[in-house]
Design a protein around this ligand. Structure first.
Ligand SMILES: NC(=O)c1ccc[n+]([C@@H]2O[C@H](COP(=O)([O-])OP(=O)(O)OC[C@H]3O[C@@H](n4cnc5c(N)ncnc54)[C@H](OP(=O)(O)O)[C@@H]3O)[C@@H](O)[C@H]2O)c1
Length: 271
């Protein structure tokens, strides 16, 4: 019987690429997105069905989960991929953007996981793959505290759930990516700025230059997709999957020196 994956945030980037790859490998794909009416590419696949889903809306989660289960009979793997970033000084962040960061990156996966648990319990098994970041395991830049907060929370959620879901034959994995060469993430960033306060301008300019640096070596997105595939099929059992040499180097440093030294090393890059 064909396996089925349910994916959030398939309008662009990693989500879209993963949906296409799984479909090409013969899986059924429940591809979810906020604006299905705009989609023209995933609609070309017979084994992809598209469902409307804003992960922050619990009523939409209920509807999308029920519709996907009704369409395919059984969901084997859920990929919590949808995400956005709020960057900039915490002092300058709009109240709504602070809440939105948490709503999409943390409450979203919570909503989707809770939506699927009755189905996974009933079928006595299932798999959640949560897309985090190495920003979920370490800090790397100034002005990213809210994004760090959200992905650190996703790490804690996933690790904590491991114990309560293991007896139910439901497993969890984390993708620790650092950005790939093919995504729309820059458009999913809310920058905190206020023309009346210039105290953070110099640091903001440095961070924007790094993020916009097109010569930066980014991961081939297919590397990430194939790691997700090996987790989905059970070929890999790895809990945390760090992808990208920059992330691996940073985590090696983080794990090899005292935290005070690590913080000063990163801060020096922005001095
Ligand atoms: N790109 C990076 O630098 C980077 C680095 C590390 C980790 N990540 C993580 O990788 C994941 C995928 O991002 P990406 O790089 O592929 O960027 P992307 O192209 O911006 O994809 C993000 C996806 O999330 C969707 N989304 C945003 N808010 C949503 C909501 N409320 N409900 C449902 N979907 C929502 C977006 O849909 P819309 O089109 O509707 O906005 C889009 O499909 C995210 O979790 C991100 O945090 C990215």
């Amino acid at each position: 019987m064909r396996k089925t994956i349910f994916i959030t945030g398939t309008s662009s980037g990693l989500g879209k690429l993963t949906a296409k790859y799984f479909a090409e490998q013969g899986w059924n794909v429940a591809a979810t997105m906020r604006t299905p009416e705009k989609e023209t590419e995933l609609t070309q696949y017979n084994n992809i069905k598209i469902f409307k889903l804003d992960v922050t809306k619990t009523d939409e989660v209920k509807t999308a989960v029920a519709a996907a289960v009704a369409a395919f009979g059984k969901i084997d793997v859920v990929l919590n991929n949808a995400g956005m970033g709020t960057y900039g000084a915490l002092e300058l962040a709009k109240e709504a953007d602070i809440d939105w960061q948490f709503a999409v990156n943390v409450r979203g996966p919570i909503n989707v996981i809770r939506g699927f648990l009755p189905h996974f319990r009933e079928q006595q098994g299932g798999r959640f793959i949560n897309v985090s970041s190495w920003m979920g395991l370490t800090t790397a830049v100034p002005l990213g505290s809210l994004y760090n907060m959200s992905k650190f929370a996703l790490e804690g959620l996933t690790e904590g759930l491991y114990y309560e879901l293991k007896p139910l034959n439901i497993d969890l994995h984390l993708i620790e990516q650092g950005g790939s060469a093919d995504n729309n993430f820059q458009h999913n960033i809310a920058w905190n700025e206020n023309p009346a306060i210039d105290a953070y301008d110099a640091t903001t300019a440095k961070l924007k230059a790094i993020m916009g640096d097109t010569t930066r070596v980014l991961s081939d997105p297919m590397t990430i997709v194939t790691v997700i595939y090996s987790l989905a099929t059970g070929a890999s059992k790895q809990f945390r999957n760090v992808i990208g040499q920059d992330g691996k180097d940073l985590l090696a440093l983080r794990n090899s020196v005292p935290i005070e030294q690590y913080l000063e090393t990163v801060a020096a890059n922005f001095a």
